[in-house]
Design a protein around this ligand. Sequence first.
Ligand SMILES: C[S@@+](CC[C@H](N)C(=O)[O-])C[C@H]1O[C@@H](n2cnc3c(N)ncnc32)[C@H](O)[C@@H]1O
Length: 272
Amino acid sequence: MKQSTGRTAGRLTIIGTGPGDPELLTLKALKAVEQAQAIVAPTGRPNGASSALEIIAQAADISGKQVVEVHFSMQKVRLSGSRHRSVEESWSKAADTVLEFTGQGMNVVFPTIGDPAFYSTAYYLLSTVQERQPGLVTEVIPGISSVGSCSSALKAPLALGDDMLCIIPATFGDDRIRQAIETFDSIALMKVHRCLPRVIRILEEYSLLENAVLVEKCALDGERIFQDIRKAAHEDLHYFSTVIVRKQRMGTAGRFIVPGTGDRNGRNVDER
Ligand SMILES: C[S@@+](CC[C@H](N)C(=O)[O-])C[C@H]1O[C@@H](n2cnc3c(N)ncnc32)[C@H](O)[C@@H]1O
């Protein structure tokens, strides 16, 4: 695509970085980073560091690239209805930054934690950019999601056979969480770090506390697994914390930690 200046426009590539271990970045995502001249990376806090950027910086040399970190508002986004002004502003600012680079013929990478498929700001950016410049060449490269990574850390499936799986933020209201528990066999609750006591109360109502495990900073230094999630309620949990609940319909094979194997390092995590 040519710009009015006669210059060929760059492209925007959204990449899933995986959950944190740079070895879990895909070869395709790595190639996109290497071929980009600019990186626009999301931060959750104003002036905070971008976790997604930190992950790719461990896997690729980004020193010669233009790097801009853009703060994305953490206000809740409702797909229907009005949105907080700061939300729209942050999408708009990120889109401006991307289009400035692509307008100069640069290829831009936007890294996002895990897989863009799940609750990622990347798709808000993509639709804003597409609205502004419909002809821009764009690509989305999937990543290993945090829930997939939690499953492998626990050496337990999220869903098998006729299991039904649900992935939602724990920040949803009590009714929606109850609805998920009543409907599905496996439930992954993201964004649980600030609302764990409420989640514990709801799980207690269904006698499902024993079936829940919390994984914090999965695939990152300092990864912790709480088989008794009540113990995690007294901790200052990292934003990268996920609770997995499995109704045990399938005996020991469905358990999170098969006796004798422990966690991914062979340890029984509650003894750490
Ligand atoms: C906005 S969602 C993004 C999910 C991401 N797109 C994915 O595929 O995993 C952020 C939530 O993902 C979960 N998460 C991301 N990285 C994680 C990790 N390394 N360990 C545990 N949970 C993680 C946490 O629940 C966190 O609050």
